[in-house]
Ligand binder design. Structure first.
Ligand SMILES: *Cc1c(COP(=O)(O)O)cnc(C)c1O
Length: 458
């Protein structure tokens, strides 16, 4: 193995500023005063705040060091499964900070916001095309918020049929937010187990689907990184009993422009722009979870809808069946611009290629590490692969031990202990933006970590 990119040297510990301060140190020096001193305002002369006395260099070093104790996609590989921590091209940030966009205000009249509205209108269309759905709302603020919006749409649909229902089917390979979103909407989540291949079987769904079930929520690709191959047949079963099919599309990075979700029976789904479409994920920044629907759910979408009236973009509030607003103003506008810029700069062919490469990279890791780590579902994966610590258990080495050691080698650890269906899960999502060299280094680091350096016998 080449020299690892991690380091064990020159990482300086930094005490709190209060421990570092020393009475009499100053951050500045003023010239000696040449006027009489005057007392400060009485209110200010009591005990001041307990600030430490520090020099300028103390402060600069303290904060500069803290800033370097950070790890991000811009500093190294971040294979955090389910999170799609891929590199987001800087040009998309640049477009989002164009003064016309950055300075736009949501309360500006529509005739002065034509560019912004057009961008939103077109982005909705692109997302509908990429997913194979009919209409999109950009309002929801994140993935889980999109799920809740989708549940509200399904609820509105059944209410209109004058037949509200009480349950939602959620497989055990769903993301944890799925049952939570269903419950938040007042539905009772009904768990259904995945089969020995790690996907949902038609029979399992057939067994639980009934006329009091509003629909099914399927994460696809699922949290084992596997494509739900029986989707279409499962959708037919759910539809036959009047239910709706919800797809958690947070993992769209595996199937952009490859799978037309509408064609495999999905009625409603959300996307995570902050995973797939060029907004960095995490750190508390804004996200965006647009919801795409088929025609029959479109009347229920949140207001306002951006409408093209002969080349003029207007905001349409006159939608009697709408579920209302789900977000202040129009959504996370900056995130939308980055997604728009990303989609326009990639084009349909390259979006597809990005997905294909993300799948290739994950399968490469799966194949190169499978002798080293136990692979519970040994079959082609999508954008991520899930291992376990079973091979290391005899030596009492756990997933957590390996994840921590990986940091010494300069890698952000993968997602650990999730999904719950795999004991000691290690979920690796390399994404399409990692080179083969970087992935090889990651694989080598993993191999080095679990290697028995000295056999006890010899
Ligand atoms: C990340 C993720 C979510 C939740 O998205 P948030 O934006 O964090 O709310 C839901 N489902 C899946 C499959 C995810 O990977």
């Amino acid at each position: 193995m080449k020299e690892s990119i991690g380091t064990t040297g020159l990482i300086l510990n930094d005490p709190l500023l209060w421990e570092k301060g020393k009475k009499g140190r100053r951050g500045f020096s003023l010239p000696r005063r040449d006027v009489e001193s005057a007392p400060l305002n009485q209110d200010l002369t009591g005990d001041g705040p307990d600030f430490p006395d520090l020099s300028e260099v103390d402060v600069v070093r303290h904060y500069t060091r803290l800033s370097q104790w950070n790890f991000g996609v811009d500093t190294g590989m971040y294979p955090l499964g389910s999170c799609t921590m891929k590199y987001s091209p800087k040009t998309n940030e640049k477009q989002a900070s164009l003064p016309g966009f950055a300075g736009a205000h949501p309360l500006m009249p529509t005739n002065l916001s034509q560019g912004a509205l057009r961008m939103m209108f077109e982005l909705e269309q692109y997302l509908s095309q990429i997913t194979g759905m009919d209409a999109t709302t950009l309002q929801p603020a994140a993935g889980a918020h999109g799920e809740l919006t989708g549940m509200l749409l399904i609820h509105a649909y059944h209410k209109k049929q004058a037949a509200p229902r009480s349950k939602i089917i959620v497989p055990d390979t769903a993301h944890g937010t799925n049952p939570a979103s269903a419950a938040l909407c007042g539905y009772r989540p009904v768990a259904v187990a995945s089969n020995e291949q790690g996907i949902l079987s038609v029979e399992a769904v057939d067994e639980v689907m009934d006329e009091d079930t509003a629909g099914i929520m399927v994460t696809n690709p699922n949290t084992l990184g596997l494509f739900e191959e029986n989707s279409k047949k499962i959708a037919e079963i759910v539809h036959a009993k009047g239910g709706m099919v919800y797809c958690d599309g947070a993992n769209m990075n595996a199937v952009m422009g490859v799978v037309k979700m509408g064609a495999i029976g999905v009625d409603v789904m959300q996307l995570n722009l902050h995973k797939t479409f060029s907004t960095p994920h995490g750190g508390g920044g804004p996200g965006s979870g647009p919801v795409c629907v088929r025609k029959h759910l479109e009347p229920f979408l949140p207001v306002p809808r951006v409408k093209d009236e002969n080349g003029t973009y207007v905001l349409d509030y006159e939608r009697p069946e709408t579920i209302g607003k789900v977000q202040a103003f129009h959504g996370a506008f900056g995130v939308m611009i980055k997604a728009y810029s990303y989609i326009r700069s990639m084009g349909p062919e390259n979006l597809k290629k990005a997905s294909q490469l993300s799948v290739l990279n994950a399968n490469y890791i799966k194949e190169t590490l499978k002798g080293t780590l136990h692979l519970p579902y040994d079959r082609p994966c999508m954008h991520e692969c899930v291992f376990s610590d079973e091979y290391q258990a005899a030596r009492k080495i756990t997933t957590l031990d390996m994840a921590k050691r990986l940091m010494d080698y300069g890698f952000h650890p993968p997602t650990v202990y999730f999904p719950l269906v795999v004991h000691g899960a290690i979920m690796v999502e390399p994404t399409e933006t990692e080179s083969k060299e970087d992935i090889d280094q990651f694989v080598e680091a993993f191999k080095a970590i679990v290697k028995l350096k000295h056999s006890r016998r010899s």
